[in-house]
Ligand binder design. Structure first.
Ligand code: GSH
Length: 243
């Protein structure tokens, strides 16, 4: 496991992944071909293993699956910005913005409509790329107690039964590095922020991936309830449990 500290901080990282980010697949069978960006990796794996059902078999289902994956890839900005995936965080409610609540409502609705349409247990019936893309969304919903619905329970039940999910979770729990910027909602005394609690100060996160949060905290000013609290900028190694 290599700690991710941003492309400026890991010597050689951009030699592997041009953006300095993960995921990046390197195919040694193709002379070390690098494929970065999760959507491109998905298509590459589908070309290599067409029999694996990465996309559904029917054209109509593939169209819907690709739309859902594109929506996830380019959307859910508020949820992703405010609620970093953090499998080690004890589940606890986080006060989030209206935009984040809208993202969660949309995720809940698409879980419900997809499970209804497909009959489950996964979003397109059988496990597919759609589930892989929405697993981090589901993880955030569970970690921050953002939505309790039948569809969330059904989807989490299906994912948690997967060996891949269990291995992912085991690996995340085994990580020892603390990514300070991702410890959202934890106030300095070590207590978790709960709705209605205000730590009474604003901390500015200078991590590169959190510039949006920085702007929002500054704009909100001290009179308003902070949506989330990031510890101060700490230039330490970053280890991601997810994308
Ligand atoms: N659009 C890219 C997003 C890649 C991305 O943002 N990766 C994050 C982890 S989820 C990362 O590597 N961040 C590096 C860092 O924050 O230092 C994709 O879908 O693959």
């Amino acid at each position: 496991m290599a700690p991710i500290t941003g492309k400026a901080q890991i010597p050689g990282m951009t030699d592997i992944s041009p953006t300095g980010k993960v995921p990046c697949l390197v195919d040694r069978d193709q002379g070390g071909l690098a494929v970065w960006e999760s959507a491109a990796i998905t298509e590459y794996l589908n070309e290599l293993f067409p029999e694996c059902g990465i996309w559904p078999a029917q054209m109509r289902d593939r169209a819907r699956a690709r739309a859902l994956v594109s929506e996830m890839h380019g959307g859910f900005a508020a949820l992703r910005g405010e609620c970093p995936m953090n499998m080690r965080r004890p589940p606890a409610t986080l006060a989030v913005s209206d935009a984040c609540r809208a993202d969660v409502a949309r995720a809940g609705a698409l879980f419900a409509s997809s499970l209804d349409a497909s009959g489950g247990p996964f979003l397109m019936g059988k496990f597919s790329a759609v589930d892989a893309f929405y697993a981090p969304v589901l993880s955030r919903i569970l970690t921050y107690n953002l939505l309790d619905s039948a569809a969330v329970h059904a989807f989490s039940g299906a994912l948690e039964n997967l060996q891949a999910w269990q291995e992912w979770r085991r690996a995340a729990l085994a990580e020892t590095a603390i990514v300070a910027a991702d410890e959202v909602g934890k106030i300095p005394q070590g207590r978790w922020q709960t709705p209605g609690q205000s730590p009474g100060f604003h901390l500015i996160c200078r991590m590169p991936s959190c510039r949006d949060n920085h702007a929002r905290h500054v704009r909100q000013g001290p009179a308003r309830q902070p949506r989330s609290v990031h510890p101060p900028a700490i230039h330490q190694s970053r280890a991601r449990s997810s994308g």
